[in-house]
Structure formats: C-alpha cells, structure tokens
Design a protein around this ligand. Structure first.
Ligand SMILES: C[S@@+](CC[C@H](N)C(=O)[O-])C[C@H]1O[C@@H](n2cnc3c(N)ncnc32)[C@H](O)[C@@H]1O
Length: 236
C-alpha cells in the first residue's frame, strides 16, 4: 500500500483484500488450517494486518510485554507476525522472533531494523523449533495457539526450548467450558472463518500436556475476550 494513496484508495484496497480473504474461506485464526493454508492466509493478511489487528489485540500485547520486561535474558516470540510488540521490549533483552509466514516476517524485519536487541527473525514452525532444549529464559506466543493445527505439539515445543525456571506466556481467546458463554461460543463456531478466530477453544485443550505450571492468569479487554496465561517451567 503506497504512502501517497488517498483515504478512499486505501479503503478500496482494504475492502478488496478482505473480500479475497473471505472468499478464500481462510482466516488468521481458523484452527483447522494446515501449515500451507496458514502461509497462504498470512501472505494475504500481511499488507493489512497492522491496520486491522493493531487496536483489538493491543491490550494482550501490552500486558505480555509488561510481564516480559520484568524478566531478563533471552526471549523467543513464537508467531511474531509483523512484530507489533517488538519495539516495546526493554533493550537489554535479546529477542528472537519466529513465524511461519515470510510475508509477515518481512514486515517485522522492516519494523525492527533499527532495534539492536532483536537477535533474529526467522521463518520456522512453532511446532518444530530449530533451537536446543532449555535455550530461552522467556517464551511468548500471542494470538497463535488457536491458529496452529496441533496446539499440544506447539505447547511441548515451547516447554522444551524454555530453560528450567523460565517463563512461558500465552495470550489468546479461550472459550468457556460451561455456561451461557460456552453456548454462545459453540453457536459462533461456524462463523470462525469470518470472525478471524476460533471461538470454541477451551483452555483445557492446552493445559496438562506439559510440565509447565500455570502461575498467573489475567482476563483482558476488549470485553474480557482475551486471556493472558503465564507458566513457569519447573527447575530440573
Ligand atoms: C493472529 S497472528 C498473531 C501475530 C502476532 N503475535 C501479533 O500479536 O500480532 C498469528 C501468527 O501466527 C503465525 N503462525 C501460525 N501458525 C504458525 C506456526 N505453526 N509456527 C509459527 N508461526 C505460526 C502466523 O503466520 C501469524 O503471523
């Protein structure tokens, strides 16, 4: 999207992009996407991702970065996307970002070219991380766990690369297990593609499959739709 485009031009471009995305039947967060479909979907989302998702996902990113900035050492941001959180990390951290989508990463690289604390931004599958065991002090995945085809596999990888005593932080929408909200989310499930996230993804799907201990949980705006989960990896 060129800087000189007028507002009507920009709106037209956004409408065309969104139209293409809807017709493709894919969304940024439909959990049934396989890796190829995720790459294809985010290649289309990349040009307009920041415009659409900066505001609604702001609170979660902000809350996660606050936690991370209270910690020290090497950070992995899995599913870093266009790197919207990266400028807000404190400069004495050493931050690595990975993402499946090269198009999203290109935007992240442009955004962070001047930031010395960014170690690398590389194309990689969060379910198959090319890092040794016990490598990072902090691992974070924001709005990612409901996008991947095998969330448990990703949780195990996040656990594996975290140092004993280290921290794993997730931010996501999680659905309720019971009650009225659960019923609404069940009903919304069939609109997952259009909503852009999977409304039916209970927390229980990712809990209890690793040694990670949930030690903090916070509900986040807008409308308490999102939750931050902080886990500690037990000392060996
Ligand atoms: C909803 S976006 C969130 C991006 C970013 N975390 C943010 O806060 O804006 C989800 C991101 O996860 C990435 N992603 C999806 N599946 C992935 C996987 N298996 N491994 C790594 N990244 C993945 C997508 O390419 C996309 O950039």
């Amino acid at each position: 999207m060129s800087r000189s485009a007028t507002l009507p031009d920009r709106l037209r471009q956004i409408r065309q992009k969104l139209g293409g995305l809807m017709h493709s039947g894919t969304s940024p967060a439909a959990s049934r996407l396989d890796d190829a479909a995720v790459r294809a979907a985010y290649a289309r989302w990349a040009p307009i991702y920041d415009i659409v998702f900066r505001a609604p996902l702001y609170w979660g990113r902000n809350a996660a970065v606050k936690h991370i900035n209270s910690l020290e050492g090497k950070v992995l941001e899995a599913g870093v996307g266009t790197g919207m959180s990266l400028p807000f990390y404190k400069p004495d951290l050493k931050v690595t970002g990975i993402d499946l989508s090269e198009e999203m990463l290109q935007k992240a690289r442009r955004r962070t070219a001047h930031l010395p604390y960014i170690d690398e931004l590389v194309a990689m599958d969060a379910g198959n991380l090319d890092y040794p065991d016990n490598h990072f002090d902090v691992v974070v995945a924001m709005y990612v766990i409901t996008v991947v085809p095998d969330p448990v596999k990703v949780m195990r990888e996040l656990e594996r690369v975290t140092k004993p005593g280290g921290t794993v932080i997730l931010v996501n929408h999680f659905s309720a297990d019971t009650g009225v909200r659960a019923m609404i989310e069940q009903g919304l499930k069939r609109f997952a593609d259009r909503l852009g996230w999977n409304p039916e993804f209970p927390k229980s799907r990712i809990l209890g499959h690793t040694s990670l201990v949930l030690d903090f949980e916070q509900t986040l705006p807008p409308f308490s739709l999102f939750t931050l989960l902080r886990f500690r990896k037990p000392e060996a």
